[in-house]
Design a protein around this ligand. Structure first.
Ligand code: NAD
Length: 255
């Protein structure tokens, strides 16, 4: 499905990123796990390399640094002669991220939007400019159901969790940036799409899981593997005429 396509996954060592990197390698692609945490990316590359040698490469990347992005692009172009796709999937946040609205300061709001939305913009900008030079490319941006719908605050009742206000601003903007970039680079062989997963299961409190799962069709909170097929589809030629779209994978939570 992705035979020898060179695909960069930012935040490639994270919960969803690891699954995407493994899936890309299994489909015959070359997955670049690009993460600010190089040790974690190296561990992943070694682990997958035992089954699938040469299919996963670890790289250090800070999505908030233009120099870091440009040096990754130039290293990969030297090594492989081309890059086929970029998945904007990193999840930068500062130490105060995740507070309730009343406790969010202006500085924290701006810093989180800067790093996450600003970083996604910078990655998409630099990769699209490189793709244009190379004659084409493919961008997939990770948004979330909470970029598309009003938060369901009641599912967090009785837990310390909330749906952060910065997340609403960031993820809704990622969907609109997707349309902007898709339109801007439409004549250049560059496709830009968005994937919006529902919540991913990771040790959340039982009360939250019950309340969340009540809104879903069958499974409720998903595993990273549950969004993998949609991502591989968007990266593959099976979706070659799809651009500027947002694909929701949420087991019906947002309905
Ligand atoms: N987990 C969920 O429930 C969920 C649901 C919907 C959407 N998403 C989205 O999926 C994406 C991945 O989420 P996740 O849960 O796997 O996150 P995660 O926290 O598990 O992983 C994020 C990775 O990004 C890396 N990172 C942080 N700052 C970086 C930077 N400046 N440059 C490069 N890498 C950096 C981290 O080291 C980490 O490996 C995010 O866009 C997130 O918003 C997650």
């Amino acid at each position: 499905m992705l035979r020898n396509k060179v695909v960069v996954v930012t935040g490639g060592a994270g919960v969803i990123g690891r699954c995407l990197v493994r899936g890309i390698a299994q489909k015959g692609g070359i997955a670049v796990a690009a993460d600010i945490d190089l040790d974690a990316a190296n561990r992943l590359a070694n682990e997958i390399g035992q089954d699938d040698p040469g299919r996963v490469v670890a790289a250090q990347l800070d999505i908030t640094s233009k120099d870091s992005i440009c040096s990754l692009i130039s290293d990969l172009r030297q090594r492989y002669g081309r890059i086929d796709a970029i998945v904007n999937n990193a999840y930068p946040r500062n130490k105060n991220y995740g507070r309730k609205l009343e406790a969010v300061t202006y500085a924290d709001f701006c810093e989180n939007v800067d790093m996450h939305l600003g970083g996604y913009f910078l990655v998409a900008q630099q990769f699209c400019l490189a793709f244009k030079e190379m004659g084409g490319g493919n961008v997939v941006n990770m948004s979330s159901i909470y970029g598309t719908m009003a938060p369901r605050f009641e599912v967090y009742d009785g837990t310390p969790m909330t749906m952060p206000v910065e997340y609403a601003a960031i993820k809704s903007a990622v969907i609109q940036l997707t349309r902007y970039f898709a339109q801007y680079f439409k004549g250049d062989g560059i496709r830009v799409n968005c994937l919006s997963p529902g919540g991913i299961l990771a040790d959340q409190p039982a009360d939250f899981l019950t309340a969340y799962n009540d809104h879903c069709a069958s499974k409720g909170m998903l595993a990273p593997q549950d969004v993998l097929g949609s991502l591989l589809f968007l990266l593959s030629d099976e979706s070659r005429y799809i651009t500027g779209q947002n694909l929701l994978v949420d087991d019906g939570f947002s309905l």
